[in-house]
Structure formats: structure tokens, C-alpha cells
Ligand binder design. Structure first.
Ligand SMILES: Nc1nc2c(c(=O)[nH]1)N[C@H]1C(S)=C(S)[C@@H](COP(=O)(O)O)O[C@H]1N2
Ligand SMILES: [Mo]
Length: 174
């Protein structure tokens, strides 16, 4: 079953405390706001396959989810951007699979898994905005995973595969 998120659905899918820190305290730019109905003509960017149901989210809906912002050097582009996006931990909560490893599927067929111990302890994000603007395809948007600038915890030599670009679907790892 797929639900197109509208305000009426949200009360049902959002458990209390969602968007608040449980575990490591992330510094949020914004906490969760009511998720709006999709704007006319807006296309879904992300399909979040939850435990019980799947949600599709447009850009305006993603913007209403808990948001973090930090600057980090993109592992493949080699340039530094100030990114804004939704922590993977909050997406896992929204999908009802908090604490479970996350599978990320890209539109070019690439698939990888990010461990719950990684996304639970650090604000690895699904970025939708770079330097205040939607992320263009050339910069690996519209949705691209970025990791905090912590070379000791997330060395690029080991975490290159986590920098998934063109993300279109997220599910719990089987
Ligand atoms: N969408 C998408 N993201 C991806 C990949 C891919 O093939 N498609 N490869 C991953 C892997 S395994 C690594 S090591 C890096 C590779 O980046 P590079 O090809 O620029 O070195 O991107 C990661 N993100
Ligand atoms: Mo890789």
C-alpha cells in the first residue's frame, strides 16, 4: 500500500516524540512540522518503504521533516557545500524501522546499506538542499546522502559507498 502523505494521514504515522533526539542529540535546524499535502504538479522524490506501509514524499513534504544543516566536503565531487536535509535516523523513525539498518536505492540501480549504529549516532542526512538551493542533477541531486565532516569516524576510504546520490527509495534492510 502506498500513501500519499496529507495532513490527515500524519497523525496516524507519526509516533509521539518523533523528531526529538533519542540516542545521540542532533542539533536540528528545524524539528518536524505538519507535512503539507503535495503542491499541485509536484512530483514525488522519495518512496519510503516503512514496516507497515510505503509513503511517497515530495520536496515540499521533505522540507517539513526534521532538518539538519552542516557544511561538508562531498566525497565524490570534492567540493564543500552547506547541506540541509533529513537525518536518516528520522526517516527510519518515520518508516517505523528505527534501529534497523537502512537500504538506500538510487535511480541508477545502485543499492547500499547504512548501518543503524552509524545513522543512529551521527546526523548522516538525505540532503535536499545545498547552499540554500535544490541540488541539481550535476551535483548528484535532487536527493543525495551526505556524511558529517568527521574523517576519523567516517573515513572516505571506508565510507565512500555510503555517499549515495540520486536516492529514490529507502527501505529497512532485510
Ligand atoms: N547513485 C550512486 N551512488 C553511488 C554509487 C553509484 O554507483 N551510484 N557508487 C558508490 C560507491 S561504492 C562509491 S565508492 C562512491 C564512488 O564514487 P566515485 O565513483 O565518484 O569514486 O559512490 C557511491 N555512491
Ligand atoms: Mo565503492
Amino acid at each position: 500500500m502506498t500513501l500519499a502523505l496529507g495532513p490527515a494521514v500524519l497523525g496516524a504515522v507519526l509516533p509521539g516524540g518523533w523528531g526529538q533526539a533519542a540516542g545521540a542529540a542532533f542539533s536540528y535546524l528545524r524539528t518536524a512540522r505538519p507535512i503539507p499535502a503535495p503542491q499541485p504538479g509536484e512530483r514525488p522524490l522519495l518512496r519510503l518503504e516503512g514496516k507497515a506501509q510505503a509513503l511517497t514524499l515530495t520536496r515540499s513534504q521533505l522540507l517539513a521533516l526534521p532538518t539538519v544543516r552542516y557544511a561538508t566536503r562531498h566525497a565524490q565531487l570534492g567540493r564543500t557545500f552547506t547541506y540541509e536535509g533529513v537525518p536518516l535516523r528520522d526517516l527510519a523513525r518515520l518508516g517505523g524501522f528505527a534501529g534497523q539498518d537502512m537500504r538506500l536505492h538510487a535511480s541508477n540501480g545502485y543499492v547500499t546499506t547504512i548501518a543503524a549504529r552509524d545513522y543512529g549516532a551521527a546526523p548522516i542526512m538525505l540532503a535536499h538542499t545545498a547552499n540554500g538551493r535544490p541540488i541539481p542533477t550535476l551535483d548528484k541531486g535532487p536527493l543525495t546522502v551526505v556524511l558529517p565532516p568527521d574523517e576519523r569516524r567516517f573515513p572516505r576510504s571506508q565510507y565512500g559507498s555510503a555517499w549515495v546520490w540520486f536516492v529514490e527509495r529507502i527501505s529497512p534492510a532485510p
